[in-house]
Design a protein around this ligand. Structure first.
Ligand code: FMN
Length: 210
């Protein structure tokens, strides 16, 4: 984040993030805030740094109204300030050249390393389902980061997997390279999230081996 205003600490962000469904429909995020949100979400890690995602931002009332029935009428889609559709990039191997070339130009990576990494990636991407698996795994990290960054900025979010991917693709002309995986509403909470529970650490932890 780039501003110096007081920010909640990391543990407040992770403890207070919950899926908010009721938003102040009159609240607008500024373009600078949206840019900051996406810039900080973009810092998520990814395999080979291929950054296997795009953010399709629905900001206008018209775009959100189009997405509302696609998300089966989930009202947060209409009332949030923005809805970000996470697009998983199934051809992120194509990002290798621009990503590594910049690293070479900046002196972060010798050119031989770039060439060898590209060979490695192209080899890996011949494995069946590799492009899709990598896209789903890595783009989810950017989605999580986006929800935490939003909370850090004083906004709330709700991830939504409940939407018609085919209709989303058609309505917003999403190229076949990308899979729309998640919608994330971002806005000012009008009502607190429902409380949620988690398994105990013991329930989800396996030490050493099954
Ligand atoms: C991938 C994913 C898909 C989800 N889909 C929906 C959804 O379609 N609609 C909804 O209201 N909440 C959805 N949620 C929110 C979850 O129900 C919520 O994260 C979970 O119950 C835990 O609550 P919390 O986020 O408030 O801690 C989704 C969450 C994730 C991570």
């Amino acid at each position: 984040m780039t501003t110096t205003a007081t920010k909640p600490d990391f543990y407040s962000v992770i403890n207070e993030r919950h899926s908010v469904k009721k938003y102040d429909a009159s609240h607008k995020m500024t373009k600078e805030e949206i840019h900051q949100l996406l810039e900080d979400s973009q810092k998520a890690p990814s395999a080979w740094n291929l950054q296997h995602w795009k953010f399709l931002v629905l900001e206008s009332d018209e775009a959100k109204a189009k997405a509302l029935p696609i998300a089966y009428g989930q009202q947060q889609v209409a009332d949030a300030s923005i809805v970000v559709c996470i697009l998983a990039d199934t051809e992120a191997n194509k990002n290798a050249d621009p990503v590594f070339e910049e690293a070479v130009q900046k002196g972060y990576m010798p050119r031989e390393v770039k060439d060898s990494l590209i060979q490695q990636i192209e080899g890996a991407y011949t494995i069946p389902d590799m492009g899709k698996d990598q896209a789903l795994m890595n783009s989810s990290l950017s989605a999580m980061q986006l929800m935490l960054v939003a909370k850090g900025m004083g906004y709330d979010t709700c991830a939504m997997g409940g939407f018609d991917r085919q209709k989303m693709t058609e309505e917003f002309h999403i190229p076949s390279r990308y899979i729309p995986t998640m919608l994330i509403s971002v806005g000012k909470a009008a009502e607190a999230a429902y409380p949620s529970t988690r398994f105990q650490v013991e329930d989800v932890t396996i030490w050493e081996t099954f």
